[in-house]
Write a protein that binds this ligand. Structure first.
Ligand code: ATR
Length: 280
């Protein structure tokens, strides 16, 4: 990639950041469209986050993605925040409009689009969400925006699930939204694991695998090459399985669109992820 005096810069703030596939995905997209743009990884420690955000203005970056652990702490440092990102309580994309920094959340869109791209109907379905943290909030908002019939939020710390369910019930009064400490999949069409269980091979299942039925859609935000134990078992049982790869692609797709105003080249971005070993 040739940089020039006119190269427009974007990037990602995270700690850690070295594992991120977003630079490969976005730089491939820029090359595909012959754009003089560059996406760089920035390893930003929490104590330098405020200075890094000022740097976006000072250095004239067009924008950045924001990943763990900064998605929530970055919010008070921005000038404006999109209403959906406020509702989710997390920002993963910043757009610099002439020094005014606007925060967005493209994770909710990314998750929903990853289901739609695989032909999964969301409207009118019954969903169980496992976990009640930041990732769960994005998933819940994204799905509820598509018109569910019901949602059950299941969390080890049930208080947190209660609070999230109460917050969502105010925003989506027409949907039956409840919280629980365990899941009974007989009342679900779609189940989404947003907990970190599955990241390590020795983790227990986040649900009872005996409950997996062939007509269930089973999603796991944890991405592991070859699938998490949950997705492998769900696949054996004939379920429709969705991993986190599509969400990675589509959240980046929307960020690209926000920065450039152009139609993102989805096949080039998919190919970049495949080259990095991620099957989308
Ligand atoms: P993220 O932003 O990835 O959602 P988070 O906000 O820290 O991260 O949330 C992690 C979620 O995974 C929480 O719902 C957490 O449950 P608690 O609220 O009870 O902590 C869940 N989680 C993490 N480790 C878990 C484990 N070993 N068993 C069950 N749930 C777990």
């Amino acid at each position: 990639m040739e940089l020039s005096g006119r190269t427009r810069m974007v990037g990602i703030f995270g700690d850690p950041v070295a594992h991120s596939l977003s630079p490969a995905m976005h730089n491939t997209a820029f090359r595909e469209l012959n754009m003089d743009w560059c996406y760089a990884p920035f390893h930003v420690l929490p104590r330098y986050l405020e200075e890094a955000v000022r740097g976006v203005r000072a250095l004239g970056l067009r924008g950045v993605n924001v990943t763990v652990p900064h998605k929530e702490t970055i919010m008070p440092l921005l000038d404006v925040i999109d209403p959906e990102a406020v509702a989710i309580g997390a920002v993963n994309t910043i757009v610099n409009e002439g020094g005014v920094l606007a925060g967005h959340n493209t994770d909710a869109f990314g998750f929903v689009r990853s289901l739609e791209a695989k032909g999964i109907l969301i409207s009118g379905r019954r969903v169980h969400v496992l976990g009640a943290g930041g990732a769960a909030r994005a998933v819940c908002h994204g799905l509820l925006g598509k018109g569910l019939s019901s949602m059950l939020i299941v969390n080890r710390t049930v208080d947190k699930a209660d609070r999230l369910a109460a917050h969502l019930a105010v925003r989506y009064p027409g949907v039956d939204i409840r919280a629980a400490s365990g899941t009974d999949l007989s009342t679900a069409d779609i189940v989404v694991n947003t907990t970190s269980l599955g990241l390590h091979a020795s983790d227990p299942f986040p649900l009872d695998p005996m409950d997996l039925r062939a007509d269930l859609v089973v999603c796991d935000l944890v991405y592991r090459p070859g699938g998490t134990p949950l997705l492998r078992r769900a696949d054996e049982r004939g379920c429709h399985v969705i991993d986190g790869a599509g969400m990675l692609l589509w959240q980046g797709w929307q960020a690209f669109k926000l920065w450039t105003g152009l139609e993102p080249p989805v096949s080039a971005m998919t190919e970049a992820l495949r080259q990095a070993g991620v099957q989308v």
